[in-house]
Design a protein around this ligand. Structure first.
Ligand SMILES: [Zn+2]
Length: 162
């Protein structure tokens, strides 16, 4: 507006109008280039509870580890996730840090027979892995969504542009 007013005063109205239009276009580009921030903590928690990282309502998985293409509740595109082997590694790390110290403590305190160790820790390791793996995968997908990794940034850009 200031540029336009100065332009009229100096007789360069058309040039000033073009400058204002250009500034407006630049502002729109900047707005598109800086999409709204996403909370990675909230997204990871929603993923950990196996829900959509965007709305927290729709289920993330259509089966044990298969991520839904889109959220059934808000329509967010979830197929951009590339969790790959990450969740398996993180789950092994978590389960290992629970099972191994527990095993050492039980051995030091009670010295149970080896068969008890074998049955107890194998069962616990398998059970924990089964329970944790989808949640850890959900958290990884939630983080990827929050950081706009892989195709999640393109999906956001399409939504912002209508
Ligand atoms: Zn959703």
């Amino acid at each position: 507006m200031i540029l336009a007013a100065e332009g009229r005063a100096t007789g360069g109205g058309l040039t000033a109008l073009a400058a204002v239009a250009h500034l407006g276009a630049m502002t729109m580009v900047l707005k598109d280039a800086t999409p709204s921030a996403r909370s990675w903590k909230q997204a990871m928690w929603r993923g950990f509870t196996r829900r959509c990282p965007a709305c927290g309502r729709g289920p993330m998985f259509r089966s044990y580890l298969k991520v839904n293409e889109t959220c059934a509740h808000c329509g967010e595109e979830l197929h951009h996730q590339r969790a790959d082997d990450g969740p398996a590694y993180f789950t092994m790390m978590i389960v290992g840090h629970i099972v191994v110290p527990s095993m050492l403590v039980v051995e030091i305190l009670w010295h149970p027979p080896l068969m008890v160790h074998f049955l107890l820790w194998m069962t616990l390791a398998i059970l924990l892995t089964y329970l944790l793996l989808p949640s850890v995968k959900g958290a990884v997908v939630g983080l990827q969504w929050a950081l706009r990794m892989h195709g999640f940034d393109l999906a956001a850009a399409r939504q912002d542009n209508g």
